[in-house]
Design a protein around this ligand. Structure first.
Ligand code: GLU
Length: 424
């Protein structure tokens, strides 16, 4: 009998449980009553739909779509839509809860939600993605709404999908409703500054944390995992502020240049190369698992969940982690980072620039008015800085990590609002 290699041990935590374990620690610090804890931990609504879509070859494929509304205590729920083969209910539930905490941390009047479709957009034609997006929107028309639940882009989606969503929703209402979704193309009521907003927020959070650690941006090195919207914008904006980006990566691999990567060239290369860095010549290719373990000052995980785990956390050399992605650090890895004295700016704070400008987009749509890029950026920078300082001060007050402090700030706000509003 042939010897069968044992399956590798994975540290894939259930994302919802991972979120809950941090929530629990913060709730204990706050002395949250059990009743309120139970309300805040349970998603308000979980919707699963089957979406039959005609493929280009005439066959019909049935996709599974999700929308989870975690909370609408602070206002209409807000959160992106993810197109990815790994989408599943527990992930969407965790991501929805993270949106609740994220909106509360930056003090914008939204609850949290998230949606997703289990699909591989890279293997689908534009027409197939459009039909899938319209089918999803149609089946969610009673869920979505500018005062109810407001979607936005996430992994695998962008302005193009948001335009179809806005159009399909508007058709169902018999009028144009552009405030139903954010992250739209500019001509449809998108906001200046929205595309780069998440990366910009990551940059502001990084600089604020570097100041606390007394790291000089002009002498600092940084590795960025993920070169999609968040990673490439964060790289470019950090590079413009003097930080040397020595490594970047995407699905094609990781690229390292100890002198610093020419980020604008890398972005241009990717844009002219079907969205991938494959073949990029401005750096040497390294093992993708190494990118977070490089001898740099800062790492920015800006790709997917669970990349910093108990299997690699003790090998991290950076002093600062800024989480561009949602959930890149598994809950079990938290204490390893704390013990090593590594500062981690958590996802619900670090990547909140995106939803902040989504909020500005929604405000502009409702006002029927357009802000200048300067106004959008100035306000985003201020919100990110104020939120960082608030979380930092809370961490000192409770003697906890920035992650637990961010949860404390968020849960405290949602719990207080809930108590004022009351229940049945
Ligand atoms: N998907 C983004 C996030 O995870 C943006 C959400 C939004 O703008 O509503 O924060």
């Amino acid at each position: 009998m042939a010897y069968i290699e044992p399956a590798p041990i994975k540290d894939k935590e259930n994302p919802f449980e991972s979120m809950m374990s941090r929530f629990q620690i913060a709730a204990e610090h706050l002395g949250l009553e059990e009743e309120v804890y139970n309300v805040l931990k349970s998603p308000v609504k979980q919707v699963i739909v089957s979406l039959p879509v005609t493929m280009d070859n005439g066959s019909i494929r049935v996709f599974e779509g999700y929308r989870v509304i975690h909370s609408n205590i602070l206002g209409p729920s807000k959160g992106g839509i993810r197109y990815d083969m790994d989408v599943h209910l527990d992930e969407v539930k965790a991501l929805a809860a993270w949106m609740t905490w994220k909106c509360a941390v930056v003090d914008i009047p939204y609850g949290g939600a998230k949606g997703g479709i289990k699909c591989n957009p890279r293997e689908m034609s534009e027409g197939e993605i459009e039909r899938l997006t319209r089918a999803y929107t149609q089946s969610m028309y009673e869920i979505f709404g500018p005062d109810r639940d407001i979607p936005a882009p996430d992994m695998g989606t962008g302005p193009r999908e948001m335009a179809w969503l806005m159009d399909q929703y508007s058709r169902s209402q018999g009028m144009t409703v552009n405030a139903v979704v954010t992250g739209k193309p500019l001509v449809l009521g998108g906001s200046l500054g929205r595309t780069e907003a998440t990366g910009r927020g990551v940059m502001i959070a990084t600089l604020a944390a570097m100041e606390k650690l007394k790291l000089n941006p002009f002498k600092a090195t940084c590795a960025v995992q993920g070169f999609g919207n968040v990673g490439s914008w964060a790289s470019q904006l950090l590079d413009e502020r003097g930080v040397t980006i020595v490594a970047i990566s995407d699905l094609s691999g990781a690229y390292y240049n100890k002198e610093g990567i020419a980020i604008k060239e890398a972005i241009e290369y990717r844009n002219n190369n079907k969205g991938t860095l494959e073949g990029f010549g401005g750096a040497e290719k390294i093992n993708p698992d190494e990118i977070l373990l490089l001898d740099v000052d800062v790492i920015v995980p800006a790709a997917v969940e669970d990349v910093i785990t108990i299997h690699n956390a003790d090998k991290i050399k950076a002093r600062l982690i800024v989480e561009g992605a949602n959930g890149p650090t598994s809950a079990k890895a938290d204490h390893i980072l704390n013990e090593k004295g590594i500062m981690a700016v958590p996802d619900i704070l670090a990547n909140a620039g995106g939803v902040t400008v989504s909020y500005f987009e929604w405000v502009q749509n409702r006002l029927g008015y357009k802000w200048t890029a300067e106004r959008v950026n100035r306000r985003t920078d201020r919100i990110m800085k104020d939120s960082f300082n608030h979380v930092y001060a809370t961490a000192q007050q409770y003697n906890v990590s920035l992650r637990i402090a961010a949860y404390i700030v968020a849960i405290d706000k949602v719990a207080k609002t809930y108590k004022f509003r009351g229940g049945f």
